[in-house]
Design a binder for this molecule. Structure first.
Ligand SMILES: Cc1cc2nc3c(=O)[nH]c(=O)nc-3n(C[C@H](O)[C@H](O)[C@H](O)COP(=O)(O)OP(=O)(O)OC[C@H]3O[C@@H](n4cnc5c(N)ncnc54)[C@H](O)[C@@H]3O)c2cc1C
Length: 404
């Protein structure tokens, strides 16, 4: 490994050039690579953070490490809402891979199905291609990308990785649900809920279909997707609480829909907790390291959103010779459109998936489904909220007053 002097470091910093890379001579102790901002994880959160940081302050060095080599797959239905597509653009990233388009959502609850238009359509991507393409955009932005480099631990401002130590001035933990950064920072693991997903050979579903009658807190989905150049489908189950019986819920759904499928893959999702940790010291949490929307399990939008804000705030603070502020980060997250929607989603999830069954009557109302479709699409116009405010008394009356 080549070690840079302070002077070399300063030059690289001004030029925005790459930091020293690790090439370890056998038998020698491992030396340090250096960077201004270290991003752990190259999923949507890490990529948004890197590109936003490079755009905000091009003179600072940004390094992204990922344990995997790309293209790598990721268990995910790949639906990016209209709100997510707006976050993609806001981060300075482009959607350049083949994708299916969904213009409507169907919400089934209490036996009633409401098909509502999405004011801004969703794109359904294959994560294998999508994430690899985002990473190529990160490289083009001038960030240094190290693949196959896993974070093992953090001590002071030094990250211990599978390829040696990296000294940083600020860090963004974007290593998803199973990464090492939360543990390394001494933060609790958070709320992790089970999910299952399976690919269906059929191609009948062109809408985003959510079945809330899954017999457990959560829903079963059926989304369109692309297999090769052809339309196809995925199905799966999202549990909103720990320990939910997701396997039987999915089996019941397949029986009801008369679908013969292979064994689903198992996974987990970390849920966003309002008021939960957003980082520690000079490290900010982004993406699923922070948590996904607990109402719909939407993670890509919030990965792009928190990654962008974390990336920008980190380098702007470093430029002023400061560490990124956790309070400032929390405030910026809350003040943004996606932040407001996420906090609202967390509140709604508590009620919808909670013990009072009467809240489910609300979800069965078409007007509520329309409001949610607008929010998820990234339609934040005042009219959307005004319409709901006007309709709420009659929706409330139709559902019966909840008791909890
Ligand atoms: C079954 C399922 C279906 C889903 N469907 C959807 C959907 O349709 N729409 C949606 O919006 N969201 C969906 N999600 C959620 C979504 O996949 C995630 O929330 C999203 O990928 C989070 O992005 P991220 O960048 O934070 O993390 P990730 O995309 O998980 O990326 C994290 C990266 O960190 C790397 N990493 C991990 N550990 C280390 C380490 N120690 N050192 C270095 N690198 C490390 C990983 O290799 C990975 O590349 C789904 C999730 C599941 C499980």
């Amino acid at each position: 490994m080549r070690v840079r002097t302070g002077k070399q470091r300063g030059e690289a910093s001004r030029a925005g050039g790459p930091p020293a890379t690790s090439e370890q001579a056998p038998g020698r102790p491992r030396a340090l690579a250096l960077t201004d901002l270290l991003i752990v994880g190259a999923g949507p959160a890490g990529c948004a953070a890197a590109v936003a940081a490079r755009r905000a302050v091009p003179s600072l060095r940004v390094m992204v490490i990922d344990a995997a080599r790309f293209p790598r797959d990721k268990l995910c239905a790949g639906a990016i809402s209209g709100g997510g597509l707006r976050e993609l653009a806001a981060a300075g990233l482009l959607l350049r891979v083949p994708h299916a388009v969904a213009t409507h959502a169907v919400v089934k609850c209490e036996g009633k199905a409401s098909r509502v238009p999405l004011p801004y359509p969703s794109a359904v991507v294959r994560r294998l291609e999508f994430d690899a393409d985002l990473l190529s955009q990160v490289r083009a932005s001038g960030a240094v990308v190290l693949e196959g480099v896993a974070l093992h631990g953090l001590a002071g401002s030094v990250a211990q990785t599978s390829s040696g130590a990296i000294r940083y001035r600020a860090l963004i933990a974007a290593d998803g649900v199973g990464g090492a950064s939360r543990r390394s920072l001494g933060l609790p693991a958070g709320v992790r809920v089970p999910v299952r997903e399976v690919h269906l050979e059929s191609a009948r579903q062109q809408d985003l279909f959510f079945d809330l009658d899954a017999g457990m807190p959560g829903y079963v989905w059926r989304f369109p997707c692309l297999k090769g150049a052809c339309l196809s489908e995925t199905s799966g189950v999202f549990a909103a609480v720990r320990g939910a019986k997701v396997g039987p819920a999915l089996e019941r759904f397949f029986q009801r829909e008369d679908l013969a499928v292979a064994a689903p893959e198992r996974g987990a999702i970390r849920l966003f907790e309002p008021g939960g940790a957003v980082g520690k010291g000079t490290a900010l949490l982004a993406g699923e390291a922070l948590g996904v929307d607990p109402l719909a399990g939407e993670g890509i939008r919030y990965a792009l959103w928190s990654g962008r804000i974390a990336g920008r705030r980190s380098v702007r603070a470093l430029e002023r010779g400061r560490a990124p502020s956790l309070l400032g980060y929390r405030t910026a997250l809350r003040a943004s459109h996606s932040g407001v929607v996420l906090e609202l989603a967390a509140r709604l999830a508590k009620r919808l998936y909670g013990p009072n069954a009467r809240y489910r009557q609300l979800a069965a109302d078409r007007r509520v489904a329309e409001f949610l479709a607008a929010l998820i699409s990234g339609d934040g116009k005042a009219g959307v909220w005004l319409r709901l405010a006007v309709q709420l008394p009659s929706i409330w009356a139709a559902a019966g007053a909840p008791t909890v």
